[in-house]
Ligand binder design. Structure first.
Ligand code: F3S
Length: 63
C-alpha cells in the first residue's frame, strides 16, 4: 500500500493525524507532513485507511 497526498487539497484539518498520528504526522504549519507516494507497512494499513477516510478534503488516497 502507498499513500498519495494531494498537498493542494490539504487545508490542515488534522483529522488524518487524529486517527493515525504515527502515519500522518503534521508539519510545522499544521498540514499533513508526508510526501506523496509514501509506502505503508502492512501492519499499518488499517490505520492508514482510517486516516485517509477521515480527511474532509479527500486529500489522501491509499492505493
Ligand atoms: Fe490535511 Fe486532510 Fe489531514 S486536510 S491535515 S490531509 S485531514
Amino acid at each position: 500500500m502507498r499513500i498519495l497526498v494531494r498537498t493542494d487539497l490539504c487545508q490542515g484539518h488534522a483529522q488524518c493525524n487524529a486517527q493515525a498520528p504515527e502515519i500522518y504526522p503534521l508539519d510545522s504549519d499544521g498540514f499533513v507532513g508526508i510526501p506523496s507516494d509514501t509506502p505503508v507497512p502492512a501492519a499499518q494499513e488499517p490505520a492508514a485507511r482510517l486516516g485517509a477516510a477521515a480527511c474532509p478534503e479527500r486529500a489522501l488516497q491509499v492505493t
